[in-house]
Design a protein around this ligand. Structure first.
Ligand code: GTP
Ligand code: SPV
Ligand code: MN
Length: 584
């Protein structure tokens, strides 16, 4: 492997601080995978699973205090505090480098430091970016080799350039009091210490491909988004590409892998990405998207042959399971699995578990890691260096009340406003209370690498760059009735909504103009074979004006936080909505 001088120099600087026993450059080869797996099993980081049922699959149990992203320990370290904005934690770069250097110092003594060159995006694509992550975790390396294009391919793309994201990671002692996930967008650098979990430790993912990349995208005129990418093929063979921004654990993986209900004959879904999209304006004035990742780090609970058969097929081999339950026969189980609860198992912590234990067997944020290429519905276009042209953007979130099943924005500016006002009930993907409604603009609240108000400004400005921008929609699969039951069956049935979205993109699809946007008329949705009652559908599509008026106040409070930085386009849309709601 030809390693360029600036990469070599940076790695030796880092090694001088962390003082590992040895330094291993990862090449991404199969032999390397075998070595890593063997080492991880030897030290107890991985448990081999039943190799007959789950070939080359392993279970990882994380530390009990390290099971989700920790947003309160995540910082944007821009020189100016105002550039991080009111929705990010901020630390001055000098202070952050200083505090973390003390924690990194000697943190790898007696152990191996792995160097992971990785490529985000298809090789040779103008979208793609190189990073190098240093880590002391074999589990992280094994994840990164599925989640990114790791090793030689990345160094080849880098060539002699010093333009790569520098990611330094150490588990150190996994102490929450010494856990920091710091981003230095102005230095293209990430320092993360004290966690071995997902988005805290796989620096390619939220840290680089969203926080650092969103900052790059603003400078360079593109967007880095927390979005799935899916191609929907109609019975006549036409494929429409759609992106969807939903907060963590709100249904991106499931929508990206959707299997059409039997009653919608001839429809087919092609998966391109389940978590992150990088979008650029093409020469044709449309937005084109690539998935910078190469694997899925998906939510396990709730995944079954009923809800997501494509995911079930994807995770049958070569999969790392994190924090699921272990059955006596060496297979895995979780809440929502096809099989009924096992009479005996080990829970995610490794303790004996029975259905009477009164606690979930799998952690609610347990995850699978699997290569994208293993997904039966993976699109032939998923590695196209040009990306795919996007016709529609969906903003989706978890709201038990108020927000209708689907509605369409009046314009790009109004769509940006729908994104900016997105709110959702919190999930187990981040530490803290679950089920609390919070504003999560564009599903990027925890992932925007700069001031959110400027990010909205950047979104608004895309309209000037793109002559044919996607149409924008708000969706909500999570409405409930008074008894707490879901009003909408979701999963495969969500295709009915995508069908209307596609019709709208082509100038068809019946809709009623309401104060919040275009809402489908009852007859506009394809209901063939759908079991939802007429009353439930009416409720799902109802616009509760009084509820929206109350909501206006909370929107205003949120926007006030941004002071003068709030773009005029957002203010205009807020005022226009207020006027429409007051009329009549
Ligand atoms: P991250 O990987 O955290 O970014 O999450 P994600 O947005 O990819 O979420 P995912 O698709 O993994 O879904 C999270 C949870 O929501 C799972 O338990 C799913 O079973 C559940 N879910 C997904 N789609 C639907 C739906 O249409 N209706 C209902 N009721 N639940 C859903
Ligand atoms: C999310 O929380 O949105 C995830 C999982 O996709 S993690 O990689 O841990 O951020
Ligand atoms: Mn995510």
């Amino acid at each position: 492997m030809a390693i360029n001088e600036s990469a070599r120099r940076w790695v030796s600087d880092v090694a001088r601080t962390c003082r590992p026993a040895d330094v291993v450059w990862c090449d991404g080869s199969e032999a390397e995978r075998e070595r890593l797996l063997e080492a991880a099993v030897r030290v107890g980081d991985l448990i081999p699973l039943n190799q007959r049922e789950l070939r080359s699959c392993y279970l990882h149990r994380s530390a009990v205090n390290d099971v989700a992203r920790t947003e309160h320990l995540t910082f944007i370290c821009s020189r100016e505090k105002g550039d991080a904005g009111p929705t990010n934690n901020w630390m001055a770069p000098v202070e952050a480098y200083d505090r973390l250097t003390k924690i990194f110092a000697g943190s790898m003594e007696g152990r191996t430091m792995y160097v992971i060159p990785f490529l985000m995006g298809p090789p040779g694509s103008p979208f793609s970016k190189v990073g190098i992550q240093v880590t002391d975790s074999d589990y992280v390396v094994l994840n990164m080799r599925m989640m990114t294009r790791m090793g030689t391919v990345a160094l080849e793309q880098l060539g002699g350039s010093d333009s790569f994201t520098r990611g330094l990671h150490a588990k150190a002692d996994l102490n929450v009091d010494r856990r920091f996930i710091c981003h230095f967008p102005e230095d293209n650098t990430i320092w993360s210490v004290g966690s071995g979990y997902g988005g805290n430790a796989l620096l390619s993912k939220k840290c680089m491909a969203l926080r650092i990349a969103s900052h790059m995208g603003r400078r360079e005129g593109w967007l880095a988004e927390h979005m799935l990418i899916v191609g929907v093929e109609s019975p006549d063979g036409e494929i429409t590409y759609i992106c969807g921004a939903f907060p963590s654990a709100c249904g991106k993986t499931n929508l990206a892998m959707l299997i059409p209900p039997a009653s919608l004959k001839g429809w087919r879904v092609h998966t391109l990405g389940d978590d992150i999209a990088w979008l650029r304006v093409g020469p044709d004035g449309r937005l084109w998207a690539v998935n910078p990742e190469a694997g899925f780090f998906g939510v396990v609970p709730g995944t079954s042959s009923k809800t997501n058969p494509n995911a079930m097929a994807t995770i049958r081999k070569n999969t790392l399971y994190t924090n699921v339950a272990l059955r006596p026969d060496g297979t895995v189980w979780w809440e929502g699995h096809d099989d009924p609860p096992p009479p005996h198992a080990r829970d995610w912590r490794g303790r004996p578990w029975t259905p009477a234990s009164g606690e979930p067997a799998a952690h609610p944020n347990s995850r699978f890691t699997a290569p994208a290429s293993a997904c039966p519905s993976i699109s032939p276009e998923w590695q196209n260096p040009k990306g795919v042209p996007i016709s529609a953007i969906l903003f989706g979130a978890r709201r038990q009340t108020l927000v209708p099943l689907v509605y369409q924005a009046f314009s790009w500016q109004h769509g940006t406003f729908l994104g900016a006002t997105l709110s959702s009930e919190t999930t187990a993907a981040t530490t803290g209370a679950v089920g609390v409604v919070r504003r999560d603009p564009m599903a990027m609240l925890p992932f925007c690498g700069y001031n959110m108000a400027e990010y909205w400004g950047h979104w608004l400005a895309m309209e000037k760059r793109a002559s044919k921008p996607p149409k924008i929609f708000r969706v909500n699969w999570f409405r409930r009735d008074e008894k707490g039951k879901f009003l909408w069956p979701g999963y495969g049935e969500n295709l009915r909504i995508l069908k209307w979205v596609i019709e709208r993109c082509k100038g068809g699809g019946e809709a009623e103009k309401t104060p919040i946007g275009y809402v489908p008329t009852k007859s506009a949705l394809d209901r063939k074979g759908l079991t939802v009652s007429a009353d439930a559908l009416k409720e799902l599509l109802r616009v509760d004006r009084e509820g929206w008026r109350v909501n206006l106040r909370s929107q205003a409070e949120f926007f006030e936080k941004f002071g003068d930085r709030l773009p005029a386009g957002i203010r205009e849309e807020y005022e226009a909505l207020a006027r429409r709601l007051k009329a009549k």
